[in-house]
Write a protein of this length. Structure first.
Length: 522
C-alpha cells in the first residue's frame, strides 16, 4: 500500500462500517467508460456532498493491490455485468491536492513538490521512473516498459480555492493537467480518470482548460444526478429506518434538483440529522458563514434585489455562461449567483434558468450572513420582521399592514409587485424572523383549495400556528372568510395548539395594505 499509488481499501471499509447509503452505481457508470473516448470524468460538488466517499469507493474497487469483494458483493454494483471484469484490476494513482498544499511548505511550490513526491514513490515499483522527468513523462515511460495503465482520482480544484491570487501557480498546474489529460500519450497512460472538486474545470475566455473531460456539475449533473446527493427514495428509507419525520427532513435539506431528478437532498445534513435524532444546520456549521457573507456583501448591480426576492421565497433568472469557474473573476451579479450554486448555497433550475434558496438550512445561513453583512438595509428589514412577528402575535392588524408595506417599499421594485404571487414573495420576506420558531408551509392543501402560507411552530415551541391568506384587490375580510369557508384550519387542529388566521390584502389602486387577524376557536 502506498501514499499515492495503490492506497488499498481501508478508506472505503471505514465508510461501510458507518451509516452508508449505496452509491455503487457510480462504479458501473465508470466501468462503461474505461478505455473509451469518454474515459475522462470531472464531477464537481459542494463540500461535504460525498466527493471523498465516492473517491475512496472507486479506489477500493479498482486498486489491484487488494481484494475488495467483501466490500461490494452486497451492493448494487455486484449485479452489473461489468462487476468482476474490473474489480481490483488497475494500478490506482490518487492525488489529493489539499494534502500536497498542506505539505509543500510554500504553496507556490505545490505543483513541483507534488510531481517529485509522486515520482519518488513510483520509482520504488518502476525503475523506469526518473526524478528529472515530469509526472506525465514518467507515466508514459512506465507504460512503454510495462504496459501499466492508471486510473487517476484527483480533487482537482483546491489550488484555485486556496491560492486565488497565484495566477502563475494556477497556470503551472493547468499545464500539468494538460500534460496528463490532453496529450498524444493520454490514451496510452490512462485507462480512465475521475476528478472531483467544488468548481468545474477552469475556463479561459469561453473555453475549458481541459476540453476532453466530460463534466458533471451542480448546474448540469446529467446522468450523475442520482449521485449529486441523496435521492428522495434514499431519504425516505433512512427516515423509516431511523424513525425520523420525512416531511420535516424534506423542508430542512431538500431543494437541489435537475431535469432528470426533481428532489435531491444534502447528504451530510441528512446523515447528521439521522445520527443525532434531530434537525439543524449541520452542513452550514462545517464552515463559517463568512464564506457566504463575502459574496453577498458584494455591490454588483441587482444583487441586493435578487437577495430580497430569494429570501422572500422567489426565484431569480440568471445567465451562468459568463462564470469562469474560479473565485476571483466575478464581474456581475450572475457570476456571484453562479458561484453560490457550485458552493451549494443556491439551487439551479435548468428549465427556467433560475436560482433559489434550496431549503430551510440554507435560508437560515443567508439570514445570519445578511444580519452581519454590509447590506444594512437588508439587516434593517430583518429587524423589522422580528417586530412584525410580535405585532402578529399581538393581533395588531394595522401594525402588520404597515410593516408589510414598509418591506414592500424598501425592497421590491413596483414592476415586480403586480399580482398575488408578488405579494406572497413580499409577505414571506416580511416574516423572515419566523424561521427560528416556525416551519413554513406554502399552499397547504386543506379542505377546498390551498392555504397560501402556513407557519407551523417547531416542536417544543409555545407559539401559535399562523395561517396566512393573501388577497389582491380584495378585502382582508374576504381572506378571513375564505379561511373559514374552506376549512383551512382543520388540517392544523391535530397539532393541538392555538391558530391565528391572518388575512393580508393589497389594493393596487391605493397602493395600500390592510390586515385582519382573528383567533381560530379551538
Amino acid at each position: 500500500m502506498g501514499t499515492y499509488l495503490n492506497l488499498g481499501n481501508a478508506g472505503f471499509e471505514t465508510i461501510r462500517n458507518s451509516l452508508y447509503v449505496d452509491k455503487s452505481g457510480l462504479i458501473a457508470f465508470m466501468n462503461h467508460r474505461i478505455n473509451t473516448v469518454n474515459k475522462l470524468i470531472c464531477v464537481s460538488r459542494p463540500r461535504r456532498f460525498g466527493k471523498s466517499f465516492a473517491a475512496k469507493m472507486l479506489c477500493a474497487y479498482y486498486d489491484h493491490s487488494c481484494d475488495s469483494h467483501h466490500l461490494f458483493y452486497d451492493l448494487e454494483i455486484a449485479g452489473d455485468p461489468s462487476y468482476k471484469q474490473h474489480l481490483n484490476q488497475y494500478p490506482v494513482l490518487y492525488l489529493d491536492i489539499t494534502w500536497f498544499i498542506s505539505n509543500a511548505g510554500d504553496i507556490k511550490n505545490t505543483v513541483f513538490c507534488m510531481q517529485q513526491k509522486v515520482i519518488d514513490e513510483l520509482r520504488e515499483l518502476y525503475p523506469e521512473a526518473k526524478r528529472e522527468q515530469t509526472l506525465p513523462e514518467t507515466l508514459e515511460k512506465i507504460h512503454i516498459r510495462t504496459g501499466a495503465r492508471f486510473i487517476i482520482i484527483d480533487e482537482w480544484d483546491a489550488l484555485f480555492r486556496e491560492a486565488k491570487e497565484e495566477v502563475r501557480l494556477q497556470k503551472e498546474y493547468i499545464q500539468l493537467l494538460r500534460g496528463l489529460f490532453k496529450s498524444s500519450q493520454t490514451d496510452k497512460m490512462i485507462a480512465a480518470a475521475y476528478m472531483t472538486g467544488i468548481l468545474p474545470i477552469k475556463k479561459y475566455g469561453t473555453q475549458s482548460a481541459l476540453t476532453d473531460f466530460k463534466e458533471y456539475t451542480m448546474v448540469s449533473p446529467k446522468r450523475l444526478s442520482g449521485f449529486m446527493g441523496f435521492t428522495e427514495a434514499e431519504v425516505k428509507g433512512l427516515c423509516q429506518d431511523y424513525h425520523m419525520d420525512f416531511e420535516t427532513m424534506k423542508t430542512w435539506y431538500d431543494g437541489y434538483s435537475c431535469c432528470q431528478m426533481k428532489s435531491i437532498y444534502n447528504p451530510n445534513s441528512v446523515v447528521e440529522a439521522v445520527q443525532n435524532g434531530e434537525y439543524g444546520t449541520y452542513w452550514t456549521e462545517t464552515e463559517t458563514y463568512e464564506s457566504l457573507k463575502i459574496y453577498i456583501d458584494m455591490n454588483e448591480d441587482g444583487l441586493k434585489e435578487s437577495l430580497i426576492q430569494m429570501l422572500g421565497g422567489g426565484e431569480q433568472q440568471i445567465d451562468i455562461g459568463t462564470f469562469q469557474n474560479d473565485m476571483t473573476s466575478m464581474k456581475t451579479r450572475d457570476d456571484i449567483l453562479t458561484l453560490l450554486i457550485h458552493l451549494g448555497y443556491l439551487s439551479y433550475n435548468s428549465e427556467t434558468k433560475s436560482v433559489r434558496i434550496p431549503n430551510e438550512e440554507i435560508r437560515q445561513e443567508f439570514i445570519r450572513s445578511v444580519r452581519s453583512g454590509r447590506h444594512r438595509e437588508l439587516a434593517k428589514m430583518i429587524s423589522m420582521s422580528e417586530q412584525l412577528l410580535k405585532d402578529t402575535l399581538s393581533m395588531d392588524g394595522d401594525a402588520v399592514a404597515a410593516a408589510v408595506e414598509a418591506v414592500h417599499s424598501a425592497g421590491t421594485a413596483p414592476i415586480f409587485y403586480n399580482n398575488e404571487q408578488a405579494l406572497r414573495s413580499v409577505v414571506r420576506f416580511a416574516y423572515i424572523s419566523c424561521v427560528d420558531e416556525f416551519q413554513e408551509i406554502q399552499e397547504l392543501p386543506s379542505g377546498i383549495g390551498y392555504a397560501d402560507i402556513v407557519y407551523l411552530p417547531k416542536r417544543g415551541s409555545a407559539m401559535p400556528a399562523l395561517l396566512i391568506e393573501l388577497k389582491w384587490n380584495k378585502g382582508a375580510d374576504s381572506a378571513i372568510t375564505q379561511i373559514k369557508n374552506r376549512h383551512y384550519p382543520q388540517f392544523l387542529e391535530g397539532w393541538g395548539g392555538e391558530i391565528l388566521m391572518v388575512g393580508i390584502r393589497y389594493d393596487a389602486t391605493t397602493k395600500k395594505h390592510t390586515c385582519k387577524i382573528e383567533r381560530h376557536p379551538i
